[in-house]
Ligand binder design. Sequence first.
Ligand code: NAD
Ligand code: UDP
Length: 360
Amino acid sequence: MTARIAVLGAGGFIGSHLAPALAERFGCEVDAVDVTFEKLVSKDPRIHRRCARVEDAGVVEEVTRRASLVISLTALCNPSLYSTFPLEVIDASFTHLLPLVKLCTERRVRLIHFSTAEVYGRRAMNAAGEPAAEMTEDDSCSLFGPVHRERWTYACAKQLMERVIWAQGKHHGLEFSIVRPFNTIGPRMDYLPGVDGDGIPRVLACFIDQLLRGEPLSLVGGGRQRRAFMDVADMVEAVCRMVERRGPCRGQIVNLGNPANEVSIADLARLLAREFSALAPLARAARFEHVTADEFYGEGYDDTEQRVPDIGKARSLLGWEPRVSLSEMLPAILGDYLERYAGRVASRTSRFEREPERVA
Ligand code: NAD
Ligand code: UDP
């Protein structure tokens, strides 16, 4: 089994769940690289933290000298950034990772790279460009908006990196697997604006922030867009199986998501609000408001109407099935945010008010 695994982006949401799971499951040493480790709370002595940027001199050189497997998760992956910091988004998902891919190829280091479901674009299409129900790894076309819709900077950078990795594999022997995650959520995802970060996080943290502050939940475009949400525990299990099933996964691009958890964003808002009121019965009742994408994100944003994975390939390669339903995952996720943030949000805003008649 792999003796040493490097996890780049180990201090992020998925990385902070994955790194301890790898150390535990494989009994291996884990080199964890990130610029922050606040979310990586594990005390496992096999996890070695290196606080650095992947593009810093010597970092990927050292990582590929020590580890036999690199799992790369670094990216700027909040949609609000794609049209506000597009050059940094492109660098993070493409330019800064080119040396890593080259060194993995030269040194015969296995690479599991995190791409994104965003590479499919606005909606699912089959090979002929006709509408389809699900997004399929080796068949679907991509549908990106025009260049002035800067939303697609991230998708294009991720897709070009997939093409570089594919070419290094096909023509120069790189042993790789590419993961395309579909809306994976769980404890420790993102941040709350004004508390431990700035700007607009992904939808889960946006809605929880609004619930905690007693503000209306913002439904962009009315919330008709549809997403399939997967629990991070199902993601971790799939990636561990990918590590184990080295031969079958070589040269494969694999969707990881949970099609059974497909909902509209408006329904997600309602489900979160219901769970929130069960956990925090004294908080102000949830309200909802419709906002336009331009109002919420500014110009250059664009949206994916519907994003549902075909996970047939993951099932057959990994013998894996996502297990956690939305109703099972939401209480634990909300519990985590309440535990970490309720005090901090309440002390910073007078809008997290109790309903007097229910306090009595
Ligand atoms: P995240 O933002 O929580 O984690 C990314 C981590 O990378 C952060 O801790 C960040 O500090 C670190 N990082 C970024 N640039 C870096 C650099 N130059 N050097 C060192 N560290 C750097 O995001 P996440 O949700 O955990 O996503 C992990 C990966 O999965 C990303 O590549 C993302 O594109 C992909 N992905 C995630 C989802 C999802 O639903 N969570 C969906 C699609 C794709
Ligand atoms: N969204 C929303 N309200 C918010 C934040 C996001 O309606 O407060 C919508 C957003 O427009 C998108 C969906 O929720 O259609 C999912 O957004 P997220 O940022 O999580 O990432 P995406 O799935 O688009 O990559």
